[in-house]
Write a protein that binds this ligand. Structure first.
Ligand code: PLP
Length: 210
C-alpha cells in the first residue's frame, strides 16, 4: 500500500518514499554527492555502482513524486526537456501525437525541429481548451499520445475535460508539481518540470508512470 492511501498530500510531499537512512538513521534522506560507490570485488556492491544509474537521494525523490502523482514509478532527469524527450522517444516511428497549440516553446521546437525531421512522430497542434470534440476529431489509429499542459504555457489556457476513456496515453507536463495526478489514468505518463531545483545536479524534471 502506498502512503497516498493513509497520509495527506502535505505530509506525503515531505515523507512519501522516504526511509530512515540506513547508515545514520537520519529521518530525511541525506544528499549523496558521491559519483562512485565502493565494491568489495568487481560487480559486488550494495546495489549502488555509479551515480548516473543509482543515487539514494534521487531515488527518494523519484519515489516521492511517483507517490504524489499516484503512479508506481518516477524517473528524475536533469531538466524538464530531458524528461520530455524521453517520453517522446518512447514512440514508434510514424506515431501521431496531438499537442496543445500553445505548448511550451522548447517542447514545440523539440517536436518540430528534432522529432519531425527524423520522421519519429507527427505532431498535430490543436486548441485543447475548448470542447472535447476538438480532441476527438484529431485522434487516428496511429495516435499514441495526447500532450497537454495544465494549464498551458504561456497562455494559461485550461484543458478541456478529457474523458478517461481516451484510447491513447495522454502526457501532462506541468511547470510545477501538481496534485492533478494525470497518472491516475491507466498507462499515462506525467511530466513535471521544476524551476526551483537548488542545484544543477538536482533533478529538474521528472516523469512518472503507472
Ligand atoms: C511546461 C514546461 N515544460 C518543460 C519545460 C522545460 O524545463 P527545463 O527548462 O528544465 O528543460 C518548462 C520550463 O519552463 C515548462 O514550463
Amino acid at each position: 500500500m502506498t502512503s497516498r492511501n493513509v497520509l495527506g498530500f502535505a505530509t506525503r510531499c515531505v515523507h512519501a518514499g522516504q526511509n530512515n537512512d540506513p547508515t545514520t538513521g537520519a529521518v530525511m534522506t541525506p544528499i549523496y554527492a558521491t559519483s562512485t560507490y565502493a565494491q568489495s570485488s568487481p560487480g559486488v556492491h550494495k546495489g549502488f555502482e555509479y551515480a548516473r544509474t543509482q543515487n539514494p537521494t534521487r531515488m527518494a525523490f523519484e519515489r516521492c513524486i511517483a507517490d504524489l502523482e499516484g503512479g508506481t514509478a518516477g524517473f528524475a532527469f536533469a531538466s524538464g526537456l530531458a524528461a520530455t524527450a524521453t517520453v517522446l522517444d518512447c514512440l514508434d516511428k510514424g506515431s501521431h501525437i496531438v499537442v496543445g497549440d500553445d505548448v511550451y516553446g522548447g517542447t514545440y521546437r523539440y517536436l518540430e525541429k528534432v522529432h519531425r525531421p527524423s520522421g519519429a512522430a507527427d505532431a498535430r497542434f490543436v486548441d485543447l481548451s475548448g470542447h472535447p470534440d476538438q480532441l476527438w476529431e484529431q485522434l487516428t489509429d496511429r495516435t499514441r499520445l495526447v500532450w497537454f499542459e495544465s494549464p498551458s504555457n504561456p497562455n494559461l489556457k485550461p484543458l478541456c475535460s478529457v474523458p478517461s476513456a481516451t484510447p491513447t496515453a495522454p502526457a501532462a507536463p506541468n511547470a510545477t508539481t501538481t496534485s492533478a495526478a494525470p497518472t491516475t489514468l491507466a498507462g499515462t505518463p506525467s511530466v513535471q518540470a521544476s524551476e526551483s531545483a537548488p542545484s544543477a545536479d538536482d533533478a529538474d524534471g521528472c516523469r512518472t508512470v503507472n
